[in-house]
Design a protein around this ligand. Sequence first.
Ligand code: ASP
Length: 345
Amino acid sequence: MSDVPLSRRSFIGAAGAAVAGATLIPETAIAAPYIRRSRPASPVAVASANGIRGVARAIELMGSGTDTLDAAVEGVKIQELDPEDNSVGYGGLPNEEGVVQLDASCMHGPTKRAGAVACLEGIKTPSEIARLVLKYTNHIMLVGRDAQRFALSYGYQVEDLLTPSSREAWLRWRANRGANDDWLNVDGGQEPMGVRVTGTINLNCVNSAGDISSVTTTSGLSWKIPGRVGDSPIIGAGQYTDNDIGAAGSTGRGESNIMVCGGFLTVEFMRQGMHPKDACLATLKRVVEKTPPRLLRPDGRPNFGLNFYAVNKKGEYGGASFTGGRYAVADERGARLEDLAALYS
Ligand code: ASP
């Protein structure tokens, strides 16, 4: 009988019976998860700590009606264009050959679209190019020289992304990278392959209508092998948005994030009802479980850094790392840095 399609008449009858019967069903049994019915009173943006100016800009723009993705991109562009920030866009630290290669991705919740670029050279604002991929193509990711060609078609110019200070940092690294190579060591230089400078900006935001977007942009790991692509441009790793649930993104060791699809996983934990902070902590726990021994210290903790940031449709937010730190938040109380939850006390 269930194979027989309902006639219009019997469908209306069935629907009527369902409505009549609904009063007999306890409300808790039919209620949608609270998160789906809620929206923030005013826009909320969360980002890595370097995004403190970005979150302020994003909520200002969302407050005056700007779309969430445009607000997020305008927020991270402040960092991309800042020559003093050596982890993102212009002035980002280069790969081992001295070439700045940039990665970025974004998602727009309301239209269920995504865009990304990887290994992009010579363009200061990869977040904008990722948004162009999202808006004007049937694809999600463009890479390398063709991503650059795509940017040029929209009027972007190829520029030298090294600043005097990022070039100086690279020259110093090259001079000191090995004791037996042909580059003479520079006194007081950095240890060969010592501390790897990393940095990225991830920004996630929700407006007062409950629409959500996210963006992540980076110059990646300093002194990386040319062509290396991190987590930032990977949809579901560097950032992820589901307009029914929330958005999440990451900074830190990209390879470890890719292994757990951390942006997606954090949103999935929120879908299960977790608060954004707990979702970020749960993702970090998964990272530890999936970390190979060579990346663990003797006490079992990872020997790298990785942070997650998240906001849900209701405007609740959180962030977490292994050992604490700060992240940027902006809402009706203004822009500020708050403490990340720590997986290890
Ligand atoms: N996640 C970035 C990458 O792996 C780097 C960072 O955030 O420090 O490329």
